[in-house]
Design a protein around this ligand. Structure first.
Ligand SMILES: [Fe+2]
Length: 331
């Protein structure tokens, strides 16, 4: 039913060229197992092109999200950043440098390019690697990320790393070391991030939806049974009390050194796909088995508007029976 091409020279990912998003979405609603099965078969990454009709009909994005789980999340109930919620479709989270969102792009890495002119991808030269909303339990399973108005093609890329390939290739000593360990995840920009702690920032109070939340470093995918590394760095880990539960805390502690070793391994170029955005592109990614990060773009000259949905519902046995932390009225 679907023609899926590989993404060239990578361990994961598939490419689907869509001619018209309206009949495509209707076909996926009629056969709802199709896209989730394709996503699982490609280790959690699908690129769809030609989805431009979503710009005029954002509900198409929500409809395409539904087959991926029990619930397409309503951001009016899951986040306090209400200026980032689509005014007409509350299941859409807007990532943009334009008002009213005003979300600044990340800084350029230093140096901005590799000696061969290529884009740096590997941590710690490249920073900001994360999996969406890992500061809550259970975290969302799947994200659908759509380019309504992307940055120019040589800027504002999104980088994705394959957590299954990263886990499978872990050296035996690291594989043994991470077994059963949990990292401590926290909402970004509250003063718990590595750079903020190094700068001596005073941490802000955390809301009931902000964590810190322990999450397993190795997740078992509930459908494929494959193990994947599940980790963030910098802003989305608690570098005061963590970053690893039970290991020496702090930015220069044993836990921090382990995060560096794991993230360096996870983001090596062989496991990373770089997406250069064209309007109408969509990337569907599995937050249980991949991580991603954004790159710099010239926000003085360009306005970028990206739309995202997240789908919740099948986090796996490690979360069985848990209430949703982000719905708690108080901690
Ligand atoms: Fe993200």
């Amino acid at each position: 039913m679907l023609t899926i091409e590989p993404l060239p020279s990578r361990t994961f990912g598939g490419l689907i060229r869509v001619k018209d998003a309206r009949p495509f979405v209707a076909a996926m609603e009629a056969a709802p197992a199709t896209l989730p099965a394709a996503l699982d078969a490609r280790h959690g990454l699908l690129v769809l092109t030609g989805m431009n009709a979503i710009n005029d009909d954002p509900d198409l994005l929500v409809r395409l999200s539904r087959p991926f789980g029990k619930e397409v999340e309503n951001y009016r109930g899951t986040t306090s950043l209400q200026n980032m919620v689509h005014p007409a479709v509350p299941q859409i989270f807007i990532v943009s440098n334009l008002p009213p969102v005003n979300f600044a792009p990340p800084p350029r890495p230093e140096p901005p390019f590799l000696p061969d002119g290529g884009l740096p991808v590997q941590f710690p030269h490249r920073r900001g690697w994360h999996t969406d909303q890992s500061f809550r339990r259970p975290p969302p399973d799947i994200s659908l990320f759509y380019a309504a108005t992307p940055a120019p093609r040589d800027q504002g890329q999104t980088l994705y790393a394959d957590g299954v390939a990263a886990y499978d290739s872990l050296p035996a000593d690291l594989k043994a070391r991470v077994k059963g360990l949990q990292a401590l995840h926290v909402a970004p920009y509250h003063g718990y991030g590595e750079d903020e702690v190094r700068a001596g920032a005073t941490p802000k109070p955390l809301g009931p939806r902000d964590g810190p939340q322990p999450q397993p470093i190795v997740r078992v995918h509930p459908v494929t049974g494959r193990k994947a590394l599940y980790l963030c760095e910098q802003e989305q880990l608690d570098w005061i009390h963590g970053p690893i539960v039970g290991l020496e805390p702090g930015v220069d502690g044993e836990g921090g050194r382990l995060v560096y070793a794991l993230m360096r391994h996870y983001t090596q170029p062989a496991f990373v796909y770089v997406h250069e955005w064209t309007v109408g592109d969509m990337v569907i990614y599995d937050n249980r088995s991949t991580i991603h990060t954004a790159t710099w773009f010239d926000a003085e000259r360009h306005g970028r508007v990206m739309w995202r949905t997240t789908v919740w519902g099948n986090p796996g046995a490690a979360y069985a029976g848990e209430a949703r932390s982000w719905e708690a009225a108080a901690r």
